[in-house]
Design a protein around this ligand. Structure first.
Ligand code: RP5
Length: 164
């Protein structure tokens, strides 16, 4: 059965894929339907707005936007939808992701973007946060997230004593 697409994952460039594929990997693990688009706030602004304006009526419930450098993608998306927007600053480049972090996080009041960590940790957490939002109205998904956290903790505990 085809899963309903609930999460829209957008990135500013193909070069963001090595980080952003951690978003899709996590969503896949939890069997939540998603779509992926490569669109840039600067290079294809009209297409970004079309995507964000149509997202709600297409059944999308959360958007995840990853971009590097002068990262305005998440902010532009947030300007034109009332759906939750999660921003992933992509690292690398001359400023090691600090540029993307500040561009994504420093939104003006009234236009929220929930900004995650720079890079892979941020990508994974964006997916988990999207899942937690969806889980507010999906008991099965909420249970799977609880199981995931439990397993994660058990793994850390089982590896916590070192015999050096
Ligand atoms: C941003 O500029 C993209 O999100 C990417 O992180 C960065 C570089 O893009 P490319 O020049 O690699 O396409 O808009």
């Amino acid at each position: 059965m085809t899963k309903a697409v609930q999460v829209c994952v957008v990135m500013g460039s193909k070069s963001d894929l090595p980080v952003m594929e951690h978003v899709t990997k996590t969503l896949k693990e939890f069997e939540v339907g998603y779509e992926v688009r490569i669109l840039s706030a600067h290079r294809t602004p009209d297409a970004v707005l079309e995507l964000s304006r149509s997202a709600k009526e297409r059944g999308i419930r959360v958007l995840i936007a990853g971009a590097g450098g002068a990262a305005h993608l998440a902010g532009v998306i947030a300007s034109s939808t009332t759906l939750p927007v999660l921003g992933v600053p992509i690292g690398g480049g001359a400023l090691s992701g600090m540029d993307a972090l500040l561009s994504t996080v420093q939104m003006p009041g009234g236009v929220p973007v929930a900004t995650l960590a720079i890079g892979i940790a941020g990508a994974k957490n964006a997916a988990l946060l999207a899942l937690q939002i969806l889980a507010l109205s999906d008991e099965k998904l909420a249970q799977r997230l609880a199981d995931f956290k439990q397993k994660q903790a058990e793994k850390i505990i089982s590896e916590s004593i070192l015999d050096l």
